[in-house]
Design a protein around this ligand. Sequence first.
Ligand code: FAD
Length: 464
Amino acid sequence: MKPNIAAAKAALSHIEMDESPVTIRNKSRDFFWYSPVLKAEMDHLEADFVVNPKSEAEVIEVLKVCYAHDVPVTMRGGGTGNYGQAMPLAGGCVMHITGMNRIKEIGQGYVIAEPGIIIKELDAELKEKSGQELRMFPSTYSQASLGGFVAGGSGGVGSANWGALRDLGNINRLRIVTMEAEPRVLEFTGEELHRVSHAYGTNGIITELEMPLAPAYDWVEMFVRFDTFRAATEFAGTLTKEPGILIKLASVYGAPIAHKYFQRVKAHVTEDDHLCGLMVAPQSMDGFLTLLARFDEGEVIYRSDDVVWDRHPGPIYEYGWNHTTLRALKFEKDLTYLQVRYGGDVDKVMAASEAFADKLYMHLEVMREGGGISFAGLPIVQPMSKAELDQLVADHEAMGCMIFNPHRYTLEEGGRQSADQRQLDFKREADPKGLLNPGKMITWDEPDFDYSDMYSYKGILPKP
Ligand code: FAD
């Protein structure tokens, strides 16, 4: 059915709407442009209109009206996703949720909040009122929403201790609204959480979250310098494994990343230096320094509780995760990146580092995983064509590395290249017309897709 945009807009005229074409364009975009492939595919995309609901009742109304008029709905929180997750492939309505930003309850070990709250603001309130903080947050802390993190993110600062967002216990409860003639409100816990977490809003809209908390600390943020990439990687891995030392971040920046792209760090390193970026709880500093002393090399060149640098480098987490790529892109706009899982084996990381030395600079984030650790890579990749990028992905896979391809806009290609049956089953139930963020779940549109080439959604708005 053809969407009746005019009728939907008229029926929703009492809900706050953005009218300015510039705002509509801006709210139709995210950080898709990190990928030259997605930039070419998605730059022209634009919603027909943008609504800004302030309550669950308004969300329900938007969904009901859009369902009646066959209008696609794509959710937007902070709009910081990388895979074009929040971009409306088929136009229609973008629902911007940051006006729905109340904290409903803070308890011992948990918080209940609305999805549009900005994570940094939530954390500030948590610290002030209860001495607690979120277990993990994306490095886009100051812009990203809580709902956007759960619907589009995977982990981040805190994963060095708590693992990935989808690991059991890292989300307590989600409240969801469906896209039907009469939208239903459902509460998910346990196995049901996987239906909608990291589903890009393709099968339900999150209107409330209960998230677990940890005690808040004045984390000591540090840069530690190493002569070799192997030494930096081994140290970061060992530190993350050490059960008694509480950390929140363990990043590794292979040379010459720090010297080339970290403006305020440059004066303190050479182009051959490899750095770890770390957040360690203050009470764990003695254990941390003892561990560091056991390594032959490793020199703390910056610590936030004793700043001797002329220029403050800012928060260390804004050097890690995908901020590393962002810093590099500020210097060389044609660079790009990959998302790689090497597992917990340092030798595999080293093999990849050597095999692709002429194509990328290594950047790792160490995470806890399944009782051990895993090295997640976000290497900075030299400018290359789509065909070369595809080859680089294939070469990593041939080495046994898992790629979460950031040059694709679908859940499956950005994930494990296979259907998530729980998400698909729930979409059948909750979005029978397929109007939620259309084109992002391949198995909904083309169950037999074979992944031999990039998926191309047939309903995508034509390029002008
Ligand atoms: P958006 O981009 O607005 O939305 C993300 C997805 O969620 C979209 O598909 C959207 O449709 C959907 N969505 C939003 N709200 C809802 C809702 N209420 N109900 C249902 N669906 C919804 N990601 C990480 O996981 N870890 C990182 O450390 C990290 N670092 C980053 C650093 C940089 C510099 C950049 C550009 C990106 C980074 N990301 C990271 C990706 C992104 O910032 C995070 O995933 C972030 O949490 C997304 O939040 P957001 O509010 O901006 O979501």
